[in-house]
Write a protein of this length. Structure first.
Length: 726
């Protein structure tokens, strides 16, 4: 059911019973009023009827007095005439004396002695019907020619010697009754009529001249004959519909009527009913209008809410509406909130999906990048390692040659040495990237290290580039090769400098994070494009002009991070600067205090050395160089052979071995065996592969490629250590 129909029903449910009750109330009041009116009518009519009889009685008694007058007794008609004439004049009537036969003896309207007419035929008929003894009140009659208008008469018998001897009559014009009638007060609009016993009008409060002498309508006349009094509904002689109450006077038998026109009797009720009906209709119409407008006022917001709900279903934006109805407003509010939440949730969901996709893509890219770098690293490491061996041979050979070369060859040899040194440096960088570099890892206080290195970094910067430090206090210790760390950071600082040709600011920050130390190096320079950033970690990739950049800075830093179990990542955007994040895992052990600086360098030493090296060229050049430096050198080409000779009782102070060797044992195994079986002998392992540089207690490592100075130093320090321990 629609709201409109409901409201209309509700409105009718309230209004219709109210109107019915009002109608019943008015009906009740009307009935009361009607009953009251009828009572008043009957009472008035009865009172008037009695008044009429009183008048008749007065006249009768006046006639009786006259009838008993002395002059009449004496038969002195002349005296009686005078007396009667006086009364007649007073009453404005005629007094007539007649004998039993109906002859008039005296008539005050006719001079005494003049001839007199006979008693009226009606009177004679009445006497014949009713006898001589009674008083008779006549009906209305018209006197014979020109003796006047409608009249009526009262007649009493006259007695002489106890017998009726004649009749005394008082004849009056009906107009007298008219006066009597008009003297009676009647409510406004009511009228009264006096009828004679036959129902002929004697007097009438309205238009008497028209209706006096007229008989009432036959049906009413019949009713009058049948009942002494009662109501009658009908039409007046003048044709006006009305209600009549009639009451017959007991003595005269005349009838008194009180008439109230229907317009007066029913008019007010009718008007009230009409008014009520019209009011009812008006109220119903107004109620319907109000219901319709209320329905519209309710329907419109409901429709708006429906639309809002639809929008909510489509996850569109829903505005809170103001309908001016608290309940609807709160529903709308709730929907708007739900919409906001829903949209928020959707947006959040979309954001999360986008984040997840982005982070997936990012890690995918990172993985590809890592795999690429890994492959590159292996390749580079492999090549660099072999290349390093070649350089090792060259270095040792050149060193030896340079020792006793004649003056004119020295220059050439020095040039060769410089070229080999450059090659060695390059090989070192490649090995760093390939992570095949021997590490001199130690656990350090990285904060202190960074502070110490500040001078180094600042030295690489022009005046217009500022370097700011933001170091968290109490950074965890890390286990790194400090030189490699400084080199990596220096590479990053130089890159930052190069990115800010107009000058700028570099921030070096470090803090503890997750399970390590995060070092961030940021600049506000030109930044990198995606394409540059994707390749920046590759060795030899550079955007700097020929001779300006080798493309080995970032690869070194990256290799450094990887080799120490850490990570290196780039964040950059063209024009927005670059941040390089270097993460190093927290050290498991405590910081080792810095060793005292090594004693001043002596490029010579002494001692009996067993050199174990499979590469004959390397073996020979190194042996020659060491002999030149003062050592007593014996050689073996494999670990197994070396061990056999030791077992056979050859005495050495020190064993210098390479790692990779043919045979059952490698250099590390040999070192372990020597340490186990011949603890008095010092061991030095020369290695290019840090991965294979297994820490053997009491064994010194010597990173390859080494020059004569490095190896002499290593041998000397191993001997010193050995002597201290013994
Ligand atoms: N901080 C930086 N801002 C902008 N670009 C950088 C930054 N660091 C590196 N790059 C870009 O990455 C490339 C590779 O850097 P990398 O350090 O490996 O080599 P290089 O600086 O070009 O040469 P090298 O460091 O060997 O002298 C750079 O050429 C440069 O384009
Ligand atoms: Mg660089």
């Amino acid at each position: 059911m629609r709201i409109r129909s409901r409201l209309l029903l509700l409105m009718s449910a309230v209004l219709v019973p109210a109107l019915v009750v009002a109608g019943l109330g008015i009906g009740y009041l009307y009935n009361e009023e009607h009953a009251f009116n009828r009572t008043s009518m009957s009472e008035t009519a009865r009172a008037f009827a009695l008044g009429l009889d009183n008048e008749m009685a007065r006249r009768e008694s006046m006639l009786r007095t006259l009838a008993n007058s002395r002059s009449l007794e004496r038969g002195d008609l002349a005296t009686f005439y005078r007396f009667a004439a006086a009364v007649a004049q007073e009453e404005d009537s005629a007094i007539i004396l007649s004998d039993l036969d109906g002859r008039q003896l005296l008539n005050t309207r006719i001079p005494h002695g003049a001839p007199l007419p006979r008693m009226l035929a009606v009177e004679r008929e009445n006497r014949a019907r009713l006898g001589n003894e009674v008083t008779i009140v006549s009906d209305v009659y018209l006197p014979p020619a020109n003796l006047g208008p409608h009249s009526f008469a009262i007649q009493v018998p006259v007695r002489g010697d106890g017998k009726v001897i004649g009749f005394l009559t008082m004849a009056s014009f009906a107009a007298q009754m008219q006066k009597l009638l008009e003297a009676q007060p009647l409510p406004q609009g009511w009228h009264a009529t006096i009828l004679d016993s036959q129902g002929v009008v004697v007097a009438r409060s309205l238009e008497p001249e028209k209706f006096v002498g007229t008989p009432v309508r036959p049906e009413f006349a019949t009713k009058l004959k049948a009942h002494g009094e009662g109501f009658h509904e009908g039409t007046t002689l003048a044709g006006v519909p009305g209600t009549v109450f009639f009451s017959r006077a007991p003595r005269s038998k005349w009838v008194f009527l009180v008439t109230v026109p229907h317009t007066l009797l029913y008019g007010p009720a009718l008007r009230t009913a009409l008014f009520l009906g019209a009011g009812m209709l008006l109220l119903l119409a107004l109620g319907a209008l109000a219901a319709l407008s209320a329905a519209r006022r309710i329907s419109r917001p409901v429709e708006a809410l429906r639309e809002a709900a639809e929008r909510l279903g489509h996850n569109e934006h829903v505005e809170p509406g103001a309908f001016g109805t608290d309940e609807l407003d709160s529903v709308s509010q709730a929907m708007a909130q739900a919409s906001a939440r829903l949209r928020g949730t959707t947006a959040e969901l979309e954001r999360r999906v986008a984040d997840a996709v982005a982070s997936f893509e990012h890690s995918q890219r990172a993985l590809v990048q890592a795999q690429k770098l890994e492959a590159l690293g292996r390749l580079t490491g492999g090549i660099a390692h072999d290349f390093n061996n070649v350089l090792q041979t060259l270095t040792a050979g050149l060193d030896t040659l340079a020792r006793d070369a004649p003056e004119e060859r020295r220059k050439l040899l020095a040039r060769c040495q410089r070229a080999v040194a450059r090659g060695t440096e390059l090989a070192r960088q490649l090995m760093a990237f390939g992570r095949v570099q021997e590490l001199r890892a130690q656990t350090i206080d990285i904060g202190a290290r960074l502070r110490d290195a500040r001078t180094l970094f600042s030295g690489a910067l022009p005046a217009n580039v500022h370097l700011d430090y933001e170091l968290e206090p109490a950074l965890w210790p890390v286990t790194v090769d400090p030189t490699q760390l400084e080199l990596a950071l220096l590479n990053l600082v130089i890159n930052a400098r190069d990115a800010m040709p107009q000058g700028g600011r570099i921030v070096l920050a470090a803090k503890n994070e997750a399970d390590g130390v995060l070092i961030r190096l940021s600049d506000d320079g030109e930044g990198m494009t995606e394409a540059v950033m994707a390749r920046a970690l590759e060795p030899f990739y550079t955007t700097k002009g020929v001779g300006k950049g080798s493309g080995m800075g970032l690869p070194q830093a990256y290799g450094f991070a990887q080799q120490h179990g850490g990570t290196l990542s780039l964040e950059s955007r063209r024009g927005e600067g670059t941040t390089v994040k270097l993460f190093l895992p927290r050290a498991r052990d405590a910081v080792v205090p810095e060793r005292a600086a090594p004693p001043p360098h002596v490029a010579h030493g002494a001692g009996k050395v067993l050199l174990v090296e499979d590469d004959a060229e390397v073996r020979d050049t190194v042996a020659a160089a060491l002999r030149a430096a003062g050592f007593e050198i014996h050689t073996a080409s494999a670990a197994d052979e070396a061990l056999e000779r030791l077992a056979a009782g050859e005495l050495y102070e020190i064993v210098l071995t390479d790692v990779v060797m043919p045979g059952a044992l490698n250099g590390v195994d040999l070192a372990r065996e020597v340490k186990r079986r011949f603890p008095r002998i010092a061991v030095v392992i020369a290695t290019g592969y840090s991965e294979r540089a297994v820490q053997v207690p009491g064994v010194q490592a010597l990173p390859k490629p080494y020059n004569l100075r490095d190896v002499v130093e290593a041998l000397n320090s191993a001997l010193r250590l050995q002597q201290q321990q013994l």
